[in-house]
Design a protein. Structure first.
Length: 216
C-alpha cells in the first residue's frame, strides 16, 4: 500500500507529532511505501496534496490548537478538498492522531470531529482517531519503550490504530471505528505538579521571576 503521513505540527524542528507518526510507521512499514510530509510551509502543499490524492491510506497527526486544527494544516486540508472534488479522486481511508498538553486525551475530541467532517466534504472515508493527553510528556520520553510505564496506553492505542490501517477490507459502509482517547499512565496530580514547576525555569530563562508570572 501507499501510505501518506501528514505532520501538521507548526514546530520547525523536533515535535511530538513526528514522534507519534514514527511509532506508527514502525508498526506498519513492512511491505508498504510510506511518505511523510512536514507541511510547515505553503511551498510544500502541492507535493503533499498530490501524494494524498494518490495514496491508499492517509494519516494526519497534529497538536491541539485552541480545541481545533492548526491554521496552516487547515489551509492544506481546504486546498486538498478542492483538488479532490475537481479530480473526482477515489475514496481514501483517513486516520488522525491528535495530541494535547492537557492530561485528558478527551480534550481532542472536537479536533478529531473536525477531521471527520472534512472527510465527508472531501468524499474520503473517515476511519479512526486517537486523542493523546499529556502529549508533551509522552513525546519527551523517547527512552521509554512503547507500551511500557507511562506509555502503556499509548502502545495499546497506536497498536490498534496500526492494525486498522493495515486492514485491507475497508469500505465506506463499515469502515468507521471507535475513536480512542488516552491519558499517560502516570498519576494526574504528579503530572500537574511537574507541569506547573516547569514554568519557573522557563520564566527565568526569559528574564522573568516567579512573581512576574503571578502578576500576569
Amino acid at each position: 500500500m501507499n501510505i501518506v503521513m501528514i505532520n501538521g505540527s507548526p514546530k520547525v524542528k523536533e515535535n511530538n507529532s513526528q514522534y507519534f507518526l514514527s511509532e506508527v510507521e514502525k508498526l506498519i512499514q513492512k511491505d508498504n511505501d510510506i511518505l511523510t510530509f512536514k507541511i510547515d510551509n505553503v511551498s510544500k502543499y502541492p507535493k503533499a496534496i498530490d501524494a494524498i490524492l494518490n495514496c491508499d491510506r492517509l494519516i494526519i497527526a497534529f497538536p491541539l490548537y485552541v480545541d481545533g486544527i492548526p491554521s496552516h494544516l487547515l489551509r492544506l486540508l481546504e486546498e486538498c478538498e478542492e483538488c479532490a472534488k475537481k479530480q473526482n479522486k477515489k475514496d481514501i481511508p483517513v486516520y488522525a492522531i491528535v495530541n494535547c498538553g492537557f492530561y485528558e486525551g478527551k480534550q481532542t475530541h472536537l479536533a478529531i470531529q473536525m477531521i471527520e467532517n472534512w472527510c465527508k466534504k472531501a468524499n474520503f472515508t473517515w476511519v479512526q482517531g486517537v486523542g493523546i493527553g499529556g502529549g508533551e510528556m509522552l513525546g519527551s520520553l523517547k527512552s521509554v519503550p512503547l507500551g511500557k510505564g507511562p506509555k502503556k496506553s499509548l502502545g495499546t492505542s497506536l497498536g490498534e490504530l496500526s492494525k486498522n490501517i493495515l486492514n485491507n477490507n475497508i469500505d465506506s459502509s463499515t469502515s468507521s471505528k471507535n475513536n480512542i482517547f488516552i491519558s499517560p499512565n502516570f498519576p494526574r496530580f504528579i503530572f500537574k505538579s511537574t507541569a506547573n514547576y516547569h514554568w519557573n525555569p522557563e520564566a527565568k530563562s526569559n528574564g522573568l521571576t516567579k512573581s512576574d508570572i503571578l502578576r500576569k
